[in-house]
Design a protein around this ligand. Structure first.
Ligand code: MF3
Ligand code: CO
Ligand code: CO
Length: 326
């Protein structure tokens, strides 16, 4: 049983009375003025991964020690990444089909966790820098890294699911934003343009060009639609480690001048907003929300730079089909 902390009663309490959500806190210290916003729910205990599944180095400690991983991957690493990326894309698609009004974000975590293990992979987010769950679930004004909890999905919400699989020593990382029931036109447009932004960025991937071409393509498209581009979270190199030193900005900055070379693998994952690009952090130090409370969407792919352009490793036949841009 979960308490739906997003459905206030018709008659709201007085400031000093107990909050309507059942937390036991005073209304003024809990949901007052936050009706309609996403607020922290109850996080269930961390789930276990069976011992037959190979674990990344941080799985037991929550501590991530980085090492100097080659930016240009060997054919062997690329072949293994294709498998991890296909799997992440397949699980993301199935998780998206599972989304509906009335379920909790924790229900989605259970679904992704169990499916990942069933496929023989480790869910990369679990205990990464101490992250407590196996998928990120970011609802409405949550930009990214929302932690699955007792929050109930409502008709009209939008939710980003970010799935990463660790299998055969490598990670594959992809995310998409899904509709919960019937979503209004403004939010449909936000999600559509965000997906377009991601593909504009992917279209700018070319060997011997600087990474800044990607941010330029994304920002131009967002500007054209008068939408904001979040700056605090960026795409990243990926491979044997979840995040490597390659940084992919989603806005134009001439200093993002690393040259793309065939064999490099990184993510492109723009977060686009209806209002400000500025963010605020919750006290959990994970959940990032828009500073103005307006909604935001995100799509992510893991891409390989080829001799002639790009190979989108997380867009295989098992992936969520890109929305028709019409
Ligand atoms: N998958 C996210 C990304 O796109 C990272 C999640 S980090 C976690 O980079 F710890 F929250 F899992
Ligand atoms: Co990523
Ligand atoms: Co991701």
């Amino acid at each position: 049983m979960s308490i739906d902390s997003r459905t206030p009663p018709a008659q709201l309490p007085q400031s000093n009375d107990p909050c309507w959500c059942g937390s036991g806190r005073r209304y003024k210290r809990c949901h007052k003025g936050l009706e309609g916003r996403i607020t922290p729910g109850v996080i269930s205990p961390m789930r276990a991964v069976p011992s037959n599944i190979a674990r990344p180095p941080y799985a037991d400690t929550g501590k991530v020690t980085r090492w100097d991983e080659p930016r240009v991957k060997s054919p062997d690493v690329i072949a293994r990444m294709r498998v991890a990326c296909d799997m992440a894309a397949d699980i993301l698609r199935l998780a998206g089909e599972f989304v509906r009004p009335g379920i909790t974000t924790n229900d989605i975590d259970v679904f992704v966790h169990d499916l990942t293990i069933e496929r023989g992979a480790y869910p990369s987010p679990l205990n990464y820098h101490g992250y407590p769950k196996s998928v990120c679930t970011s609802v409405n004004e949550v930009i990214c890294h929302g932690i699955p909890d007792s929050t109930v999905l409502h008709d009209g919400d939008i939710i980003n699911l970010d799935v990463t699989c660790y299998v055969d020593g490598v990670h594959g990382d992809t995310n998409a934003t899904f509709f919960v029931g019937n979503v209004d036109d403004e939010n449909r447009r936000l999600v559509r343009v965000t997906e377009e932004c991601t593909w504009k960025g992917i279209g700018a991937v070319k060997p011997d060009r600087p990474l800044s071409d990607i941010g330029k393509a994304i920002e131009d498209h967002a500007n054209k639609h008068r939408l904001g581009v979040v700056r605090a979270f960026i795409g990243h190199g990926i491979g044997e480690q979840f995040h490597t030193d390659v940084q992919v900005l989603h806005y134009y900055d001439a200093r993002n001048n690393m040259i793309m070379k065939p064999g490099m693998v990184f993510t492109i994952e723009p977060m686009i907003t209806l209002g400000t690009w500025q963010h605020k952090m919750w006290d959990d130090d994970w959940t990032a929300v828009t500073a103005d409370g307006k909604r935001t969407a995100q799509f992510e792919h893991t891409v390989l730079v080829t001799e002639t352009g790009v190979d989108v490793l997380t867009a295989g036949p098992k992936a969520v089909s890109p929305r028709d841009p019409s």
